[in-house]
Write a protein that binds this ligand. Structure first.
Ligand SMILES: Cc1cc2nc3c(=O)[nH]c(=O)nc-3n(C[C@H](O)[C@H](O)[C@H](O)COP(=O)(O)OP(=O)(O)OC[C@H]3O[C@@H](n4cnc5c(N)ncnc54)[C@H](O)[C@@H]3O)c2cc1C
Length: 419
């Protein structure tokens, strides 16, 4: 009988075990991590392109808006163990962090391996055994706790912390295999869907611009809005603005792109009227380039607007109709598409969906239906933007859950926990 079994040995599971010593005053838990893959922390090694973007350096109150519509529901975990608390904890363990100009925080070594190795070592120092190649197939309440079955063995634990992630990058082991098991327990699991993933649209016209990007774009969908840089690939929209809108869309949904959200359509119309007097002899295309080039619109994108609207870009401004200029302005401010799909889980950095948040106490992530069962990380229905928000949530939720687990184990053994 283990005090605690953690299912999943990645960011959330390893961090929970690594943090346990903070709550137990030198006493150890009889703890075990069951990891389905051949080694722990394989996805961690890929994070931040091998550099591991641990968190973001902005104020913690600004984090909430980076988790879509569920941000408000995870507030207490983020405040309970913030980005600053994370950096302090890591520094206390000798792992220094560094902030880049864009606010993203990394280990000072810029090495994801350092983070992975630190978490594995610290978890083991805290008395957690890590068993790999143990895919959990069954989880059932039992007398005094829970019974867990892998393909080979059976375990019992007083408490279970589920850190099995979502379905993203299934080659790293995050394959959603525990969701049916959790549903069998009667838990509500929001349908998993790829997030932080390029968005494909019907009649995508920008394949020829592959590699070009526009900064400060705004994309609106029915259920949400994203802002940031937009990257054109040969098949789809990518870059932060597209990756962040992915959680709000589905095939058939409409997205509207504003490439110059800093100026309204009326303002740009006004700029047009102003140059009409002085630029009548210029080509319409040149006028657009001169106005929108300094606002960051690539010439090649304007060229595609002209081509797809069937407007000759050698046409003089004076010869063009107001309706033609309006069509181009429409593309600049309201470039509208129907989503045909997103790239699948194999390209999605995170999963939207998972264990519905009302299933877990917001301060401890203990199951509201099944005391002793906890959740942390991406297995929960909370997904963040790029920039370190997903690892921060994995760490904050793992901290909250482990704190409560240790409090309960501690009080069973008469250990005081004053954290
Ligand atoms: C390429 C890439 C780069 C990323 N970069 C960043 C970044 O720089 N910053 C950031 O904040 N976020 C980043 N993310 C997102 C971040 O990695 C995840 O949000 C985070 O790893 C979630 O951690 P987790 O422990 O909750 O789940 P996961 O990392 O998904 O881990 C779940 C673990 O559970 C195991 N498991 C699953 N099912 C079972 C089962 N039935 N039995 C036993 N074990 C099981 C899996 O093998 C896996 O090891 C990136 C993601 C990817 C794919």
């Amino acid at each position: 009988m283990y005090d605690i079994i953690i299912i999943g040995g990645e960011a959330a599971g390893l961090f929970a075990a690594a943090a346990s010593s903070e709550f137990l005053k030198g006493k150890e838990l009889r703890g075990l991590i069951l990891e389905g893959g051949p080694e722990p922390g394989r996805k961690l090694l890929l994070t931040g392109a091998g550099q591991c973007n641990l968190t973001h350096g902005g104020p913690i109150r600004d984090f909430i808006k980076h988790y879509g519509n569920n941000g408000g529901k995870i507030r207490s975990a983020l405040y309970g163990f913030s980005n600053e608390a994370l950096c302090r904890f890591l520094a206390g363990e000798g792992l220094r962090t560094a902030m880049r100009e864009d606010g993203k925080i990394y280990p000072a070594s810029f090495s994801a391996r350092e983070v992975r190795d630190f978490l594995v070592n610290k978890a083991e120092q805290n008395g957690f055994e890590i068993r790999c190649g143990r895919k959990v197939r069954e989880l059932k309440p039992a007398e005094d706790g829970f019974r867990i079955r892998t393909e080979r063995e059976e375990y019992t634990a007083k408490r279970v912390l589920v850190c099995t992630g979502g379905c993203s990058y299934p080659a790293t082991g995050s394959d959603g295999s525990l969701f049916p098991v959790l549903r069998d327990l009667g838990l509500e699991v929001a349908e998993p869907k790829p997030a932080l993933v390029p968005v494909s649209v019907e009649n995508y016209p920008y394949g020829g611009l592959s590699g070009a990007s526009v900064s400060g774009v705004r994309i609106a969908a029915e259920e949400g809005v994203s802002e940031g840089d937009l990257l054109f690939t040969h098949r789809a929209f990518s870059g932060p603005a597209a990756l962040h809108i992915a959680r709000y869309v589905h095939p058939g949904a409409r997205i509207v792109i504003d490439y110059c959200p800093g100026t309204t359509r009326e303002e740009t119309r006004g700029m047009f009227r102003a140059v009409r007097q002085t630029s009548a002899k210029k080509e319409l295309f040149t006028v657009f380039r001169e106005i929108f080039g300094p606002l960051g619109l690539p010439e090649a994108l304007l060229r595609v607007f002209f081509e797809t609207e069937g407007i000759d870009f050698r046409k003089r401004f004076a010869e063009s109709s107001g309706a033609e200029a309006d069509r181009i302005l429409g593309r600049i401010h309201r470039d509208t598409f129907i989503v045909s799909g997103t790239a699948g889980f194999s390209e999605a950095m995170v999963t939207c969906g998972g264990v519905a948040l009302p299933e877990a106490e917001p301060k401890t992530f203990e199951s509201t239906r099944m005391p002793g069962l906890y959740f942390a990380g991406e297995v929960l229905d909370a997904d963040g933007d790029t920039g370190g928000y997903n690892l921060q949530f994995a760490f904050s939720s793992a901290w909250a859950a482990m704190k409560d687990i240790c409090r309960q184990c501690g009080s069973e053994r008469g250990i005081q926990n004053d954290h």
